[in-house]
Structure formats: C-alpha cells, structure tokens
Design a binder for this molecule. Structure first.
Ligand SMILES: [Zn+2]
Length: 93
C-alpha cells in the first residue's frame, strides 16, 4: 500500500524541466511556394522558429512542411551554428 507522500515524491519536479531554449527553437522544416516571395526566398527552407524570414512566411500563412530539396536559409544556418548577426563582429574583440 502506498501513501500520499510517496506518490508526490515520484512526480517530476519543475526543476527537471529542460532548460535548453535552443532545442525548442528547432521546428520541422518548411518552405513556401507562394509567388508573394522573391525567387531566392522560395529557393530555401527554414527549420528555426526564431528565423525572421521563416517567421514572416508562417505569419503570412504560406508555410508548407518539407524541404523539397532546397537549401537551408542562411539565417537559419547561422542560428543553428550559434551565430547571431544582430551583433556582427563584436564577439571576441
Ligand atoms: Zn530561415
């Protein structure tokens, strides 16, 4: 027989929640076929929720899941590499 106190100790504490925010920024790859965008914007796919280009496509409602053999967008690639060009050239100076 198990009492109430033991059940509470089995439950995971909030401290065990994942803290790596970067993991949650990865999304399933998507691209767009909408002629709303320039050819070079249609030629790439996105896999980051924090990519400003991908965000616009999602907000406009033109995101389509898949990569269709396209290249990863430069912004997504930088974010995946841990780079952030909001602060260009300042690191390590
Ligand atoms: Zn992107």
């Amino acid at each position: 027989m198990i009492n109430q106190r033991n059940i509470a100790e089995i439950l995971p504490s909030e401290d065990s929640a994942p803290k790596d925010i970067k993991l949650t920024l990865k999304v399933r790859p998507f691209d767009t076929d909408s002629l709303t965008y320039a050819q070079r914007e249609r030629a790439v796919y996105h896999d980051r929720s924090d990519c400003i280009h991908g965000q616009r496509i999602k907000q406009d409602g033109y995101a389509v899941l898949g990569t269709e053999g396209r290249q990863l967008c430069n912004r997504c690639a930088d974010l995946n590499a841990g780079l952030d060009d909001f602060f260009p050239g300042d690191e390590g100076a």
